[in-house]
Design a binder for this molecule. Structure first.
Ligand code: GDP
Ligand code: MG
Length: 162
């Protein structure tokens, strides 16, 4: 395995849909430790000649933590474990305050981060996606996990970085 990719983002942006697209037919792996439910978060993706480990951090549930703190801890785990972080946001909802909070943390981490705008299902949403430049993370990768659009470009960039 060449390296680890972690998917982060607030709930409902499509992290699990994207994760399932990446791992395809391959099975996700469950790893439960007390107080932390890691519900089918590990998988593998093959791209060109390489294999990468993928983590869907949204599947990591930490008991007795408020919602915002849970996301915070998921981002910490991603920063710790990943070689490349894919930060998922949603073109349908636009920039939310939780997106800004996550972006700040990721910038401070100095890890390679790709900003992936999901739910870009059509041209109108493609225009809406531009607002994510305001997060200050550079280039946007526009994808639709449901339709399987744009995912190869993300993996090409991951390959270039690793
Ligand atoms: P998570 O909470 O970030 O893991 O998000 P999920 O993968 O569970 O997806 C949340 C909702 O967004 C589900 O209803 C998905 O079907 C939907 N969704 C995911 N990707 C896309 C997409 O590319 N386009 C659209 N329109 N909906 C999507
Ligand atoms: Mg999920």
């Amino acid at each position: 395995i060449k390296g680890t990719i972690a998917i982060v983002g607030r709930p409902n942006v499509g992290k699990s849909t994207f994760f399932n697209r990446l791992i395809g037919q391959r099975k996700s792996i469950v790893d439960d430790t007390p107080g932390v439910t890691r519900d089918r978060i590990y998988g593998e993706v093959d791209w060109l000649t390489q294999t990468y480990r993928v983590i869907d951090t949204g599947g990591i549930q930490i008991d007795e933590q408020p919602f915002a703190e849970e996301i915070n801890m998921q981002v910490d785990i991603a920063i710790e474990e990943a070689d490349v972080i894919l930060f998922l946001v949603s073109a349908k909802e636009g920039v939310m305050s939780d997106d800004m909070a996550i972006a700040k943390k990721l910038v401070r981490s100095n890890k390679p981060v790709l900003l992936v705008v999901n739910k870009v299902d059509n041209e109108k949403l493609q225009m809406d996606a531009f607002e994510f430049y305001s997060l200050g993370l550079g280039d946007l990768f526009c994808i639709s996990s449901v339709h399987g659009i744009g995912i190869g470009d993300v993996l090409d960039k991951v390959t270039e970085i690793m």
